[in-house]
Design a binder for this molecule. Sequence first.
Ligand code: AMP
Ligand code: MG
Length: 536
Amino acid sequence: MNDTHESLDGLRFDNSYLRELPADPDPDNCRRQVFGACHSRVEPEPVPDPQLVAASGEVMELLGLAPSAVEDPRFSQVFGGNTLLDGMEPYASCYGGHQFGNWAGQLGDGRAISLGEALGKGGLRWELQLKGAGPTPYSRRADGRAVLRSSIREFLCSEAMHHLGVPTTRALSLVTTGQGIWRDMLYDGNPAEEPGAVVCRVAPSFIRFGNFQIFASRKESEPLRALADHTLRRHFPGLGQPGPAAYVAMFEEVCQRTALMIAHWMRVGFVHGVMNTDNMSILGLTIDFGPYGWLDNFDPDWTPNTTDARNRRYRFGFQPRIAHWNLTRLAEAFVDLVGDVGALEKALDGYVTAINKHHWDMTMAKLGLTGTKRDPGDEALAEDMIALMVAQETDMTLFYRGLAEVDTHGEPDLSDEDLTAPLVDALYDPNVLALGHREALAGWLRRYAQRTRSEGLPQGQRRQQMNAVNPLYVMRNYLAQLAIDKSEQGDHSMVRELLDVMRNPYTHQPGRHQYAKKRPDWARARPGCSMLSCSS
Ligand code: AMP
Ligand code: MG
């Protein structure tokens, strides 16, 4: 079972979610409210011409598939939604959620169809889920499909996040469907036909906060308990037999994992964009890559999501607080299971402690201050750095990479110009240097250099440590958009190239300088680069 399969027929399935949880008795695939059930059986709707654009070698390996398995002519048929392999039993999940702070009732997999749980390498279980595979009972007023542009963004970003060391769902494949679909991308009354695509997402499970919330909101205690027991047994083994104590332990673990995930988002400059509770994974994985974005210039108030432009609920700097709000909504769904509100509140406090600790540790690591020694001035040092980045548009990614190059040992003898030289490339407008910003930067760097020297690390080692936590290549919005522009013209080379670049985000890759460059001016206000809607 654990060896590598040359053929897709080697995949084995054990569909525990389907088997262990209450099913929707109605086989009718029409849009409706589904009560008392975790899932509805539904077949992917065939597409005219599925063509494989790219596959992730690492995910193939997880599944125990040899690289040659992509040569199988059925690959694009299966992962485009036209064919099922033996053992696949497709279904859509029922969940609800708070959207932008308001309870939205039933949502569910409106365009995601799970094929089953593959048993991969080491017997690990991987749910395979097609996104954009056609309508389900949860499709509400939408078509169940996904456009190529959003599919490229999800495919590339999930793999990029993994290689960055951020907990995330994965993506096996990206397949174009040969079918046009209509979208009003900017919601301005100008719909256009766009190419459709299907991404096969992969995760131990796609269970969300909202899967629990929907039952709690409807006072359906039996399916709620069944879901909690299933999640506990399958995904949190070791927390004990199902019962109030184990449910509390599971909630604590969700809080802890969520804290770690969010801290990583803050470390790499990722803005999810739609942190609704239906987009929060119970496993603490980054899930549902929609109008996400990456910080180019460091701005805690930035959100890529135009739908959220007014309130900026999901802006970069607010993500830790929103996660707490979302966890509180999950806690409410756990109250009936657990009975002990105090225990849940304690777990929520644990989230706050954990996110603060992770965030601080990661901030120090980004600065190369990883020694055990703590300095009372560290907090002010970090805060002043942030203030400098915000004061003049500064590329977050390039700033930290540049910081690793600063000659902290030679600092006392260096001119301001020489000291700040490694940071110049991170500035969006280098003219600000002549307007006092050089002195401000140099002043901060001298404090930083002094503090760094107190750690006693050789420069080379400091650089190496910093570059291991500060990526050089991130899935910049404009890079994804360039790849999309080409793909929409039928040239998928850049999608494949970016997939490869993002496999080693911390390592300088000769000849790939263009993927580490800050946002060009043309991308500042272009839709897809800095402004994304939920239309996908
Ligand atoms: P999202 O904003 O992507 O998290 O989606 C919120 C809800 O809308 C989920 O229930 C999705 O399954 C559903 N949804 C989004 N797009 C579509 C679509 N094109 N067809 C059907 N359902 C969709
Ligand atoms: Mg979603």
